[in-house]
Design a protein around this ligand. Structure first.
Ligand SMILES: [Zn+2]
Length: 383
């Protein structure tokens, strides 16, 4: 027996619900509620079964000036901002930070302005597709059970290569549990999600790969438990809103009065005095392009942390409305994820050739399915 789990980044439920996908195999199909955030939140929840408040994996950057791997960047303060934020400089800073932090992670600094980096640390310091990458990781569980497993991710290969490697490993029968992370559909949907023909073609390409994978698994191992799932969906862009242009003219200074990180779907704020807290808070309350997440809502979303490192105030944009410009670029792409999980386009998907013992409704449930199959593979081997 072999269990094959394939995670396709951003292949949301809206892209599958009215479309057959390996229909002769994947007969169990379910819409899955994602967690608010980006892949840096959703994938750790898939791997650990923990919500962000429990795993401390949410948005990549969190406020921690004492432990920031970019602390040393302060010494470059004398440089003009344009030099500090030049491409070559940023590439160098990332390289040095990765070296100095001695973690196995492969982190990006995206568009966070260089002068703000020394205030922030990064939650993904290790390779999350390896044991110890996230607390209570499925990979720790597999190690503990002594199961022969393989995990493939973009840290090593392109999607097509991953599928090829997995097929080879299946045919050589050198593992009983496979986890494939295919990441490239995410970038495709960011830029092309509103072009139905292209989306159809791309999804069929993935369907073809999965069919090959399934056939190889059956050929080599016979009994095959086959699962396909995603971390979140992709919401088509409706409009942009210049949130930075609304906050900056209020006159408060970064980093003296406050800090703000402008992602594409949410802004997070840390305040260092009451004037800024009140002034910016009031300005945000007056906006109808999004809303401030209050305690009850944060709790329901699993992001009520016992500290303010992840943001003292979180302002979430309405589905489809992007912060433009944001730290991720002057202009947002055609599609984005990281809106409220209630938005139908945010939903992830779960498809399988086995009916799970309990309905799969959340990313935590998907983790439960992986654990169950780890146990099943284990008892099959040691039966
Ligand atoms: Zn993405």
């Amino acid at each position: 027996m072999v269990a094959v789990f394939t995670l396709i980044d951003a292949l949301g439920w809206t892209y599958l619900k009215d479309r057959d996908f390996l229909p002769e195999v994947l007969t169990y199909r379910a819409e899955v509620r994602t967690v608010l955030g980006f892949s840096s939140a959703a994938i750790p929840t898939l791997l650990s079964g923990l919500l962000p408040r429990e795993s401390e994996h949410w948005n990549l950057f969190y406020y921690d000036p004492d432990k920031s791997p970019f602390k040393w960047v302060r010494w470059l303060r004398f440089l003009p901002r344009s030099v500090l934020n030049s491409r070559i400089m940023r590439r160098g800073i990332r390289f040095v930070a990765q070296r100095r932090s001695r973690f196995g992670g492969y982190f990006q600094i995206y568009g966070v302005p260089t002068e703000l980096l020394p205030y922030f640390d990064i939650c993904e310091k290790r390779d999350i597709y390896k044991p110890g990458g996230v607390p209570f990781s499925i990979f720790d569980h597999l190690e503990k059970l002594g199961i022969r497993y393989k995990a493939y991710s973009y840290h090593g290969f392109k999607d097509e290569e991953i599928v090829r490697l997995a097929r080879r490993d299946l045919s050589q029968k050198n593992c009983d549990f496979l986890f494939l992370y295919l990441s490239e559909l995410d970038a495709f949907l960011h830029h092309r999600c509103q072009d139905e023909n292209l989306v159809e073609r791309e999804i069929r390409r993935y369907e073809g790969w999965l069919r090959e994978l399934y056939e190889e698994a059956c050929r080599a191992h016979g009994e095959t438990a086959f699962f396909l799932f995603s971390d979140h969906g992709m919401t088509p862009k409706r409009s942009g809103y210049d949130l930075v242009g609304r906050i900056t003219p209020l006159g408060f200074q970064m980093p003296r009065d406050y800090l703000a990180l402008y992602d594409s779907t949410m802004a997070r704020f840390w305040f260092f005095n009451d004037r800024a807290r009140r002034g910016i808070g009031q300005a945000l309350e007056g906006l109808d392009c999004g809303h401030i997440l209050r305690h009850e809502e944060l709790h329901g979303l699993g992001i009520d942390f016992p500290h303010t490192r992840n943001g003292e105030l979180v302002f979430l944009m309405n589905p489809g409305v992007l912060i433009e410009p944001s730290f991720f670029g002057a202009k947002g792409p055609e599609g984005m994820h990281g809106f409220h999980p209630d938005d139908p386009y945010s939903s992830a998907a779960f498809l399988s050739n086995r009916v799970p013992s309990r309905p799969v409704e959340t990313l935590v449930d998907v983790n439960e399915v992986m654990r169950e199959w780890a146990e099943a593979v284990h008892s099959n081997i040691y039966a």
